[in-house]
Design a protein around this ligand. Structure first.
Ligand code: PRE
Length: 131
């Protein structure tokens, strides 16, 4: 699991040698005195302020639930989409139905804007594989 707090630049806040082990056990290299002074809450949430840190931990629980649901739904959708394709082709039909893809792209664009279109393209690709 990635536990490092990312700066806005996207890079980890600590050098590689100070990152905790991936499996959650003690880091192979001990934290430097500077990193330790920042405290574990800072390392986990990006703030040393206790109430902000506690709220962030709480919000993250829901974010993790949502991510889990998204992954599960993504996988279920891909499997269903593949089943539709197999069923259609086995009956002599086409691999794709572009009118249906356009309908889905439009649904996501209306709901989420340009990012929705990109998301729908990824969803469709997950179901039918790359063209
Ligand atoms: O709805 C279909 O006919 C499907 O095959 C599923 C699906 C999709 O993933 O939503 C996949 C490929 C098609 O081109 C259109 C849609």
């Amino acid at each position: 699991m990635m536990t490092d707090v990312m700066e806005q630049s996207g890079g980890p806040t600590r050098p590689k040698a100070e990152q905790p082990a991936v499996n959650g056990s003690e880091p192979a290299v001990p934290l430097s005195p500077t990193a330790e002074a920042a405290g574990p809450a800072e390392a986990r949430t990006g703030t040393e302020e206790p109430s902000a840190s506690a709220r962030i931990v709480q919000i993250r629980e829901r974010i993790d639930e949502i991510d889990h649901a998204l992954i599960t739904l993504w996988q279920e959708r891909a499997a269903l989409s593949q089943e539709v394709g197999v069923t259609r082709m086995a009956s002599g039909g086409t691999r794709l139905v572009l009118s249906r893809e356009r309908e889905i792209l439009e649904r996501f664009r209306v709901a989420l804007g340009a990012d929705g279109t990109q998301l729908a393209l990824l969803l469709l690709r997950a179901g039918r594989g790359p063209l």
